[in-house]
Structure formats: C-alpha cells, structure tokens
Design a protein around this ligand. Structure first.
Ligand code: DAH
Length: 335
C-alpha cells in the first residue's frame, strides 16, 4: 500500500501542476479527493486492513491528504492571481502607441525656413485677409489689369479679399523696414479654383525678397541654387525662362535640374531634365516707388511658389488634395 500511495502522491502533484484553469483544478480535486476519488478509495479500504497495519496506513493517508489539500490551495491561489482579466496572452498583438507627427507641409516649410535662416533671411508673417491695395495695387496690378482675373479671388467686400498669393507680405515688410533686407514668408493663400489633382482653393506659398545695392539675377540664381540643393540634398542647377509678373521686371519661370536623375531625363522630369517650380524676377521699380524706396539706389529680387508643389516633388505625391484631407494613413508616412 505504501508504494501505491507514493505513486498516487506523484499523480496528484502532476495533475494539480498541469491544471491551467480553475475548472481543470476542480476536476483534479474530484478525481482524487472527491467522494469516488482515488485517494478517498484508500480511506474506504482502511477498514478492511489487518488491525496492526491500520495506524501506520491511516497516518500515511492523512499525511498525503494534507499534502494534496495544500497543493490544491496553493495552485488555486496562483490561478486566482493570473485569472482571465489580467492574464498575459502572448499570442495577442501588442498595443499600438502612436506618436504625433508633423504634417508634410509643416516639414517642408520648416526645412525651407532653416535653409533661408542660414542665409540670413528673416521669417516674416502677414495677414491672410488682405486689402486690394496690398494684394494687387502696390504690386503694380493696375485696377483693370487682366492679371487680376487670373488670380480668382475670394472677395469679402469693402475692398478686402483672402490673399491670392504671399507677395503682399513683400510690400508690408518693405513699408516697415529700410533696405538692405532679406526676408521670406510662408503661409496660406486662397483662390476660388475647383479642386482637382493640382488645385485646392486653399494652398500655401513661400515668398522671398532680397533688396540691397547691386542685387542682380546672379544673386537670385545663387540663392535659389543653394536653396534647392539643400532641400533635395543634391547639387542642382537653376534655369530661368522668360515670364511675366506685374511686380517683377524682368520676370522668370524658375526650374531646377531634376533631383532624381540629375538632369539626364527620367519619368519624374518627363525626360526634360528640369522641374519647373515657380516665379521670380527683379523687383519692378514701380513696386519700390509705391513703398518709397529709391529705385535708382536699390535693386532686389523676389520669388514665390507653392509649398504643396514643393512637397509633391520632394515626396513624389501625385494629388494635392491629399494634403488637406488629413488621412492618417497618408500623414503617417512622413518623418
Ligand atoms: N505671386 C506669384 C503667384 O502667386 C508668384 C511669384 C512670382 C512671386 C514671381 C514672386 C515673384 O515674388 O517674383 O503666382
């Protein structure tokens, strides 16, 4: 009997150990200590043993029973402390803690600001609600000039409108500061265009202005070369094509050599080697006149283009409407 009890003790310990839930533990208890349990059966047999064996067998059985009770209690406590509510299930996917990120337009704007700051340009802000004077007149758009029609304005009445470009900030800056000066501004602009792949009624522009003695096209080209080379992290060349803006004379359309192929021609630059980005030119003497700068002494260049277009080129984005949509699957892709 001693041997049998020893074997049973092993079985009980193994069964208790193997139980993973309270139900399994209860099943093990019933199997060995229940009314018809294996250990209980030994107690039933005690009566039929010879008298002299009874005390020893009884003591053995009691010891085993106490041990089994203790094992069950200990296991029950263990199961309790990792009950279902706080059990660790290593098969579940981990929890995702997402961190905030900058909008791609903010990333590009910050990069542009850093580059121009390093070239000693001030960062200036201007109002989004503008007067006709700053948005057009002081920039040499005469009252019925056709170029006004090209900038489908949101008119607010009283001669006020949502600015159609960031160029009015040039005028505001020159009114407050005497030359020499270097400034950029970045901000929202509005035009009543229908949304499509390349248009949204609200968009962002960067505008730059540098005024000093003897400023010329060479200075403009040099500054733009440094800017685009830093932004695209490779040396690019700048190309000027003739263009027209009322506030610059001469005016140019600025292109830079393709940042992907380096100018040899690829699908990004449509095999031309060049990417067109925006307008620039030498500040028209009429603009200086409206501010009161002496256009015989001071010359300057200005430039302006869309921040969205810059971001689309840099990140290879083909639809401008993605920027204001704020779909996290889109926004999550930019560092
Ligand atoms: N303001 C122009 C536009 O919105 C862009 C521009 C062109 C700005 C030439 C400039 C410039 O400063 O010199 O279309």
């Amino acid at each position: 009997m001693e041997k049998e009890l020893e074997k049973l003790a092993g079985e009980i310990a193994a069964a208790v150990n193997a139980a993973k839930t309270r139900e399994e533990l209860e099943a093990a208890r019933v199997k060995y200590l229940g009314k018809k349990g294996a250990l209980t059966a030994f107690f039933d047999k005690l009566g039929s043993l010879p008298k002299e064996e009874k005390p020893k067998a009884g003591a053995l059985l009691n010891t085993l029973r106490k041990k089994a009770d203790a094992l069950l209690a200990e296991k029950a406590e263990g199961l309790e402390s990792c009950s279902e509510s706080n059990a660790l299930d290593a098969t579940l996917p981990g929890r995702n803690f997402s961190t905030g990120r900058y909008h791609p337009l903010t990333i590009i704007s910050n990069e542009a600001k850093e580059i121009f700051k390093s070239l000693n340009f001030q960062i200036i802000e201007g109002p989004e609600i503008e007067s006709d004077y700053y948005n057009f007149e002081a920039l040499n758009f005469p009252p019925h000039h056709p170029a006004r029609d090209m900038q489908n304005s949101f008119h607010l009445g009283n001669g006020m409108l949502l600015r159609t470009h960031t160029s009015p900030v040039q005028v505001r800056t020159m009114e407050k500061q005497k030359p020499p000066l270097r400034m950029i501004t970045i901000g929202k602009c509005y035009r009543s265009d229908a949304s499509d792949q390349t248009h949204t009624p609200m968009f962002h522009q960067i505008e730059g202005l540098m005024v000093d003695e003897n400023i010329n096209f060479g200075d403009l080209k040099g500054i733009l070369k440094v800017f685009f080379s830093r932004l695209f992290e490779r040396e690019v060349n700048i190309r000027f094509n003739p263009s027209y803006f009322p506030f610059t004379e001469p005016s140019v359309e600025v292109s830079f050599s393709c940042h992907v192929c380096g100018g040899s021609g690829c699908s990004v630059c449509k095999k031309t080697g060049w990417i067109e980005i925006g307008g620039a030119g030498m500040v028209d003497p009429n603009v200086f006149k409206s501010i009161g700068y002496d256009s015989e002494r001071w010359t300057g260049f200005a430039f302006g283009w869309g921040i969205e277009r810059l971001a689309m080129i840099k990140y290879g984005i083909n639809d401008i409407r993605l920027f204001p949509e704020n779909d996290l699957r889109f926004l999550g892709q930019f560092e």
